[in-house]
Design a protein around this ligand. Structure first.
Ligand code: AHR
Length: 629
């Protein structure tokens, strides 16, 4: 057995650098093998941008409590006291200590991203609460900040009634992605739903005193807002203080964080100091649990966990103060012996879909979940009827892969009224009321499109303009078709060399992919340089059409696709396809875990995003034997 022993002397140096070491101070032995007392197998480093807010302190507390349950694991915390350069140094110090995994929360995504990318080359990294640029991390855990901003905007509109609105937004740190995303969600929604409302933004740096001073200055200059939207509760309290000192009245205040402590958001709402807050979980416990899984190399872990925020105002604050869980968790009531899951599969359009269906059937069997699986044959009306039938059968939970993004409000309201939680499998939907669904498990389709675009951009760096592209899209208005187009466009639009000749819809099937490619070849012939297909089946259909036309797919026309099925791997190995972006269909185990958690009263994340890779011809040749679907 491999034995790695590192003797780390922490106490003196740790104190000097402001490190907090949890798990017994002094010397300890870190060993890959032993479980004997005093021997530590894993060391986790936690780097915080500051600890002057309750939210970050709460995050550390959760991590500490969770790690305390594991005898062989220790954790060291650092606090950069709001200094970006200090946080870079802290991370480097943690690396010198030999941490096995880094948990990092950042205020400044731009400055901190490079050092985090470097660390990620050596050890696993969990980015917590506040994001970094790009995807150089093992796992991201945090809220959907754009949705948080959107919910705040809807609440602002409700609070303002029909009043002519003037809002002051007090933003967090200007280089923080969290602040940027909240702001975007808020502004976009106000613009769309209350165009007469004006927003003026100031920077409060996440701090109460900053917010108070900045706002006081503005109010003294004569600005008369109806509502203040602060990106956190500390700044919302600062706003309240400023308003009170200037003896102004009738100004509503929205904050975010929702901690239950003195001057925490829940108490501010209860005392009537602010109108609304959002409980935004810190994710500390979840991060610590996943850190342990990552260190123990548990397979199939996700890439992103998006936690659910909860809106709290005077109408529901008491129930949250009494028991946060009772209000927030849409529980499985478990009316039968064993859980009954109704799964409305969208169809059987692709190899991917067959692998997805098989994964759900086998995971349900293994988990002891009673599965009723029905297939909607790519027909939305039929899929809605199936869901209605599940409601009639009074199943415990319903999961489905929605054919398209729109058109689900009514049937999901019926499920909600019947008290049946909904899990979205693989595809997301557009509904106004986010409480109509409990969780989404699947891929980041926009990122898949971006990856396809990025490969093309790097592969054709030295190619001459124009490069003519044919896009074969998936089912019209389905989430993967909409998002894969978006992500791909985002990249190719950056270079005028890329010309999109035409986008066709191929409905994710081999036959339609082939048919559309025949049409494209009839119209554009040898002018076509690249085919971007939204899935492998359509790409394989297109390849056949190209061969029938007398051209060489993969050489005369580059083929880029998404899914990463075994058949695509074969085609890559034969040089007929050039690149595929993996979309993981094996969602069954994650779905069953979520259902079990619901049954046990554990709140499940709002979104669980799967980890995925990309494959070119060389990689596919090496990996194809491992492909199970
Ligand atoms: O929703 C996932 C997509 O649906 C897959 O990429 C495609 O092959 C399938 O039909």
């Amino acid at each position: 057995m491999r034995l790695r022993k590192v003797l780390i002397k922490l106490t003196i140096l740790g104190t000097a650098l402001g490190l907090i070491f949890f798990g017994g101070f002094g010397e300890f032995t870190k060993s890959r093998t032993a479980n004997s007392p005093g021997q530590v197998e894993f060391l986790i480093g936690v780097s915080q941008p500051n600890l002057n807010g309750s939210w970050q302190i709460q995050m550390n507390k959760e991590i500490k409590n969770e790690i305390a349950r594991h005898d062989d694991t220790r954790v060291i915390f650092t606090d950069a006291a709001q200094d970006n350069e200090q946080q870079i140094q802290d991370i480097n110090t943690l690396m010198r200590y030999g941490v096995d995994l880094l948990i990092v929360s950042v205020d400044n995504a731009i400055t901190l991203t490079p050092v985090i990318s470097e660390v990620y080359k050596k050890i696993p990294v969990i980015v917590l609460g506040r994001g970094v640029k790009g995807y150089d991390y093992t796992l991201y855990i945090g809220s959907d900040n754009q949705l948080n901003g959107k919910m705040a905007a809807k609440e602002a509109i409700r609070l303002l009634g029909n009043a002519q609105g003037q809002i002051i937004e007090i933003a967090g740190n200007k280089d923080s992605l969290q602040a940027e995303e909240r702001s975007r969600g808020f502004h976009e929604t106000i613009r769309k739903e209350s165009s007469h409302t004006r927003i003026q933004s100031i920077n409060g740096n996440w701090l109460k005193d900053n917010a108070e001073d900045e706002l006081k200055g503005l109010l003294k200059s004569g600005v008369k807002p109806n509502l203040i939207y602060a990106h956190n509760d500390a700044m919302a309290l600062g706003a309240y203080n400023a308003i009170k000192q200037l003896m102004l009245e009738g100004i509503r205040i929205i904050g975010s964080d929702g901690l239950n402590e003195e001057n925490g958001g829940l108490q501010l709402v209860q005392k009537g100091l602010i109108d609304t807050t959002y409980i935004t979980p810190t994710g500390g416990t979840t991060a610590a649990q996943y850190a342990i899984d990552i260190l123990h190399k548990v397979p199939g872990l996700p890439k992103k966990i998006i936690l659910r925020d909860h809106e709290v105002n005077i109408s529901n604050v008491d129930s949250y103060l009494k028991d946060v869980d009772s209000e927030s968790i849409p529980n499985i009531t478990n009316k039968h012996s064993g859980i009954k899951l109704g799964f409305a599969q969208v169809g059987s359009e692709s190899e991917w879909r067959s692998a997805n269906t098989d994964s759900i059937i086998s995971a349900a069997k293994e988990a002891g979940v009673k599965l009723i699986l029905k297939n909607a044959d790519n027909n939305q009306k039929k899929q809605i009827d199936i869901i209605r039938d599940f409601i009639k059968q009074d199943v415990d939970v319903i999961a489905f892969s929605p054919k398209t993004e729109e058109g689900w409000d009514q049937v999901l309201k019926e499920a909600k009224n019947a008290g049946i939680p909904i899990i979205l499998s693989d595809r997301e939907i557009n509904v106004d009321d986010q409480s109509l669904w409990t969780s989404f498990i699947g891929s980041d389709f926009v990122e898949e499109g971006r990856r396809a675009g990025k490969w093309l951009a790097s592969d054709s760096e030295s190619a001459k303009a124009p490069l003519n592209i044919i896009e074969i899209e998936g089912t019209v208005n389905s989430a993967p078709a909409v998002d894969r187009k978006l992500g791909f466009n985002e990249i190719i639009q950056q270079d005028p060399k890329f010309q999109l000749l035409k986008s066709y819809s191929g409905d994710f099937t081999f036959d339609k992919g082939k048919k559309r490619m025949i049409e494209a070849l009839e119209t554009y012939g040898k002018k076509i340089n690249v085919v971007y297909a939204h899935n492998d089946d359509m790409a394989l259909g297109a390849i056949q059409a190209i061969e029938d036309y007398g051209l060489n797919p993969g050489v005369d026309i580059k083929i880029i696709s998404i899914d990463g099925t075994k058949k695509a791997f074969n085609s890559l190995s034969l040089g007929k396809m050039n690149f595929t972006v993996e979309c993981n269909p094996l969602l069954g185990p994650q779905l069953m875990k979520a259902i079990k958690d619901l049954e046990n009263g554990i709140e499940i994340p709002q979104k669980i995003i799967t980890a995925e890779e990309t494959f070119d011809q060389k990689q596919a040749k090496k990996e194809s034997y491992r492909r199970s679907y």
